[in-house]
Design a protein around this ligand. Sequence first.
Ligand SMILES: C[S@@+](CC[C@H](N)C(=O)[O-])C[C@H]1O[C@@H](n2cnc3c(N)ncnc32)[C@H](O)[C@@H]1O
Length: 291
Amino acid sequence: MPFFDPIESTFYGHCVERLLMSPELAPLLAGGIVEIGPGTARPVVEALQRSGSRVPITGYELDAEAARMASRAAAGVELGNYTVVQGDFFAATAPGAPAVSARPARCAIGNPPYLPATVRPVGASHLWGGHDGAHVARRILSAEMDVVLLMIASISDPVGLVQHARAAGYRVADWLVRPIPFGRYSRLPWVSRRIGELARSGRAFFGPEGYLLAGVTWVRAGDPIAAADEPDHGATVLRRILTTAGSATGLDETAGVGRTTTVDGHRRTPILPGHRELPARPVSRLSGSDA
Ligand SMILES: C[S@@+](CC[C@H](N)C(=O)[O-])C[C@H]1O[C@@H](n2cnc3c(N)ncnc32)[C@H](O)[C@@H]1O
């Protein structure tokens, strides 16, 4: 089933809307935006409807069922500036790939797969973000776009990812953070085990209520608003906030109730269930007053 989470996907849509409404970033978006993994397309459809933005957005979705649903939803955007294509984002945006418009897009957005696991998790393979959950986000940040908006999770090596962005020449231009309750995907055995391992090595941060998700907009140094030689205060604050998500070290994989353990003399509090995974709403409700 195509991914849609009422909390996470809605938050992603708000981050996209904020990007589309930014007067400072508008000149950098003029050539269009490419999106990895629209899922149901509902987040971007709603962001476009709320903002009234005319920026063309092309979403690439690997999953055939999701791509079909997303493409129908995108067709409902009144200004006709959202297109969804089935395919791999990286193949479609690689240098030399056939261009979909005269001016190549210089901005990438997405709520990329970020579940960490040492093997592709059965039941959530399209949400797998590699060993540390940050593999797909790192790949996007290595693609030399001018602007990148990505959702990054405190359970998926957030500090390493922020450092990677800096090393790739980016500077944090904007961010929003919100808490996300653990859901059925993060409770899958391979995933929850790996989250615990990452926590014990200081690469995942979460607490009884769940973890933090940040919608981060990076701009490449060289652009006037991304002076490379200045310290990146946005990145410093973001790192600090994401690491305060909590210091739990394990999720209960079976009962949905937290495990209390003692680590370094400190009792760790339970992780409580709280995720609401709902099926996507029918495509017919994606336009008009539903936005
Ligand atoms: C976490 S879901 C986000 C879906 C939607 N953007 C949302 O926030 O509701 C990630 C999506 O990316 C898709 N995906 C993963 N890797 C991809 C790739 N290389 N190219 C295109 N889509 C990809 C998955 O199939 C999935 O639909």
